[in-house]
Design a protein around this ligand. Structure first.
Ligand SMILES: C[S@@+](CC[C@H](N)C(=O)[O-])C[C@H]1O[C@@H](n2cnc3c(N)ncnc32)[C@H](O)[C@@H]1O
Length: 387
């Protein structure tokens, strides 16, 4: 069924909201306020609409930067409009899921907005690809299981695109059905990971770890493990977290969800003592090498670990995955004696819930800054500092 609608406000997930006879439709591919025709998928709840024609284009609409496959769902909007979109989504989550958080921020004179970080293209240092049945590097078409061969991916760093463009030279390195990660680490030349094998050139295997450098520090990170993907993410987040928390040399720090030690290493150089918790065994191995002066524990993190681990800390840092801390976990951190808590969030709903729970426990938000570390996508990253 095709129908004409006016797209409303942006909501989490990369959609704008529209209504048809009072029924909510999540629309993909429209700019807020645009009059568009959409193909309705009524098998999902809420209904989904995909733009099939634009009747009155928004002034924010531009030619899509790359609609070959998934991964750039806001690529049809000006960069400034993407930032406005994400700012609206973040504020909407705070208003609707954050209880009294919106009032709390207002009373503190804080406004929430997503800040531009560097250029929109060529900034991604990791690209995960599949190999199609003909052996070509491919990605899934947006929202499908269909692989589309690719010749370039404009969000990825130049070094990654050079490898994609020259993929014939890599014949035999990967096979149909393989998953391939191409990396452009900041501390060395590019690398290609196929399963557990890592190559720096066709046929030339290299270490399974790659070198990352930022803010005068060096980390070795398992090529297939987690590392922030935007080239400026390490420096941006280090600055936001460590400066934001006003870390002093005499502080004892408890860090949760520490990964390969992005924060852990600098913390050990700038604080008295650092304890870190992380669940992934490979990340813990990396973190122990990267930050030998920290006390690092491999453990699933839950409210009990957050409560016990934060006891006695002057500063607490937590960078959970998308699901966030959860209310019991957020309350456990809020109840610690820490003078500062830095929470890194990558999901607006989890942010609103977690920060609101900490405020309810008597904490005060000092700052809430968001950074566009995923340009042309719907994703956000935010750092909240609470006292
Ligand atoms: C967003 S990453 C952040 C890592 C690091 N701070 C960085 O920026 O590179 C989240 C980390 O939390 C870990 N993690 C997620 N859920 C966890 C859990 N329930 N218990 C322990 N670790 C968890 C993941 O393995 C991952 O390393």
């Amino acid at each position: 069924m095709r129908i004409d609608i006016e797209a409303g406000q942006p909501v989490h997930g990369g959609y704008t909201l529209a209504r048809i006879d009072g029924r909510i439709v999540l629309v993909e591919g429209a700019a807020p306020g645009e009059k568009v025709e959409v193909e309705i998928d009524d098998t999902q709840k809420p209904w989904r609409g995909t733009v099939t024609a634009v009747h009155e284009p928004s002034a924010d609409r531009v030619p899509h930067i790359w609609d070959v496959a998934g991964g750039a769902e806001l690529g049809y909007l000006k960069r400034s409009a993407q930032l406005d979109w994400k700012t609206a989504v973040l504020n909407d989550a705070i208003d609707h899921l954050g209880g009294g958080l919106a009032d709390h921020l207002k009373q503190g004179g804080l406004t929430v907005k997503v800040n531009e970080v560097g250029p929109g293209l060529g900034t991604r240092t990791r690209l995960d690809l599949e190999v199609d049945e003909s052996g070509k590097l491919a990605m899934y078409a947006h929202g499908t299981n269909t692989l589309v061969p690719i010749d370039s991916m404009p969000l990825a760093a130049v070094a990654i695109n050079d490898i994609i463009a020259d993929q014939e030279a890599w014949t035999g390195t990967w096979q149909p059905g393989d998953s391939v990660r191409i990396l452009a680490p900041s501390g060395q030349g590019p690398a290609v990971a196929v399963g557990k094998d890592v190559y720096r050139a066709p046929g030339q295997k290299t270490s399974s770890r790659v070198m990352e450098r930022a803010a005068g520090y060096t980390w070795e990170v398992t090529a297939t493990g987690f590392w922030q993907t935007h080239e400026k993410a390490p420096v941006t987040l280090l600055d936001a977290v460590i400066k934001g928390a006003r870390l002093r040399k005499s502080d004892r720090v408890a860090e949760f969800y520490g990964g390969a030690g992005l924060f852990t290493l600098p913390l050990t150089k700038q604080a008295r003592a650092v304890r870190m918790w992380e669940g992934n065994a490979g990340a813990v191995r990396d973190a122990k090498r990267n930050a030998p002066d920290a006390k690092i524990t491999q453990s699933p993190i839950n409210a009990k670990v957050l409560a016990e681990g934060s006891r006695g800390a002057d500063v607490v840092i937590a960078d959970p995955s998308r699901s966030g801390l959860g209310i019991p976990g957020a309350k456990a951190l809020a109840a610690s004696d820490a003078q500062a808590i830095a929470l890194v969030s990558c999901d607006p709903a989890a942010l609103a819930r977690d920060v609101s729970a900490m405020v309810e426990e008597g904490r005060t938000v000092q700052s809430l800054a968001s950074y566009d570390l995923f340009p042309h996508t719907m994703h956000i990253e935010a750092v909240t500092i609470l006292s």
